[in-house]
Design a protein around this ligand. Structure first.
Ligand SMILES: NC(=O)c1ccc[n+]([C@@H]2O[C@H](COP(=O)([O-])OP(=O)(O)OC[C@H]3O[C@@H](n4cnc5c(N)ncnc54)[C@H](O)[C@@H]3O)[C@@H](O)[C@H]2O)c1
Length: 364
């Protein structure tokens, strides 16, 4: 049986663990997996580009578990009443290939992205960081805000979005978070002025320069989440040129990240190297640091395992026959006959019920 988890199940997991607890657990799982980097069979995700967006498949495996995520990125979707990012994924047993879990990953992507951002920032931002600018206040934004508040101690967040309704939605959603001050700003420049950390989570299928060198103070950490596809960037090249840049998985980020604007020899460090102490997250207090995040399959692998374990502990999800249960594993064809018979019996039973209802109405 494969356990099926819907967005409602994931919301219940988050409710049971609390948003801070869920983000903390996810961060721990993701960190543990990044620290055993060499144990994973890794590849850049496979992307299918079209005029309005991209659909991607993200596989990864260790010796016991395999996972993949299906995810899209369509910045124009919100105008059609659909999210920009939608996802689901599978966790499977490497020994047999049997799928263990089929889960929603739209909510989970926002959770794992925020947990990964906080994990990178913990190793890269100045430890005394307390203020953050959050540019792009769409679907990912609350998750980012809460991860930085709960996991890093950020207590003031300045918001900017070209769509004031997105900022108003964020203010509404997070107005009751104790100890978190939120301020709407009139421009990205106003939001970033003096900020210790800047998170960019904008969606536009274009080479944007949301952040320019003039907007940043010495020592700022930049958590660049939205530049995650060829032809889709957020940072001015001058910011990257002057910064210490950390990426998730270099072969993928060279194609998709903000560093797509830089020559192939532009130096970057991978996050696992920072987390395992092989390379510093920042070299000095006044340096700009950039986490050029695009989202890597390992983060979804960790998240799917967290979902599976949490769902088991809480008794959530529906065991589903995704694969036919066979008495004789070689008799797959027998399933067709079995289900045809079952369907015929159902039809007969439905007809009998309909006839009985009609008779009872006639006699009434
Ligand atoms: N790195 C990762 O792992 C990861 C994970 C999930 C999403 N993403 C990316 O993050 C981005 C945000 O995702 P989302 O789900 O929140 O999308 P969304 O469409 O819900 O929100 C994006 C917001 O950006 C705003 N925006 C666009 N251009 C802007 C600009 N120039 N200045 C300020 N605001 C601007 C839009 O008005 C919108 O409110 C997307 O590009 C998505 O692909 C990355």
């Amino acid at each position: 049986m494969t356990l099926l988890l819907t967005p409602r199940d994931v919301a219940q997991i988050v409710q049971a663990q609390g948003i801070a607890g869920a983000l903390r657990r996810l961060m721990r799982e993701i960190e543990a997996d990044f620290r055993r980097w060499s144990e994973f069979d890794k590849s850049p995700r496979s992307a299918s580009h079209s005029r309005d967006g991209v659909i991607e498949l993200m596989p990864i495996a260790d010796r016991t578990l395999y996972s993949f995520k299906y995810v899209n990125g369509h910045p124009g979707n919100t105008r059609l009443g659909l999210p920009t990012v939608m996802a689901f994924g599978v966790l499977a047993d490497v020994a047999t290939g049997e799928p263990e879990l089929l889960s929603e990953l739209t909510l989970t992507t926002a959770l794992r992205t925020a947990a990964t951002s906080a994990l990178a920032a913990r190793a890269m931002a100045r430890p005394d960081s307390r203020t953050m600018a959050l540019i792009g206040n769409g679907a990912q934004a609350e998750f980012q805000a809460l991860a930085f508040h709960h996991l890093l101690g950020i207590h003031e967040i300045r918001l900017f979005d070209i769509d004031p309704a997105a900022t108003a939605k964020l203010l509404r959603n997070l107005r009751h978070v104790p100890g978190l001050a939120l301020k709407a700003c009139a421009s990205a420049a106003e939001a970033t002025r003096g900020a210790d950390i800047v998170t960019t989570a904008t969606a536009d299928k274009t080479r944007a320069a949301i952040l320019t060198p003039q907007m940043l103070s010495p020592g700022t950490h930049i958590n660049a989440v939205g530049g995650d596809c060829p032809g889709k960037t957020e940072l001015h090249p001058g910011v990257l040129q002057a910064a210490h840049v950390v990426v998730e998985y270099e072969p993928q980020t060279r194609i998709e990240g903000d560093i797509q604007q830089m020559p192939p020899s532009f130096p970057v460090v991978e996050l696992w190297q920072v987390l395992s102490g092989r390379s510093p997250g920042r070299q000095h207090d006044t340096q700009w640091t950039v986490f050029d995040s695009v989202g890597f399959a390992l983060e979804d692998f960790s998240a799917l395992r967290w979902l599976r374990d949490s769902a088991h502990a809480l008794g959530l999800g529906v065991p589903t026959e995704l694969v036919p249960p066979l008495d004789d594993p070689k008799d797959l064809f027998g399933q067709i006959a079995l289900h045809t018979r079952a369907a015929a019996i159902d039809t007969l039973a439905q007809r009998a019920a309909r006839d009985a209802l009609a008779r009872s109405r006639e006699s009434a």
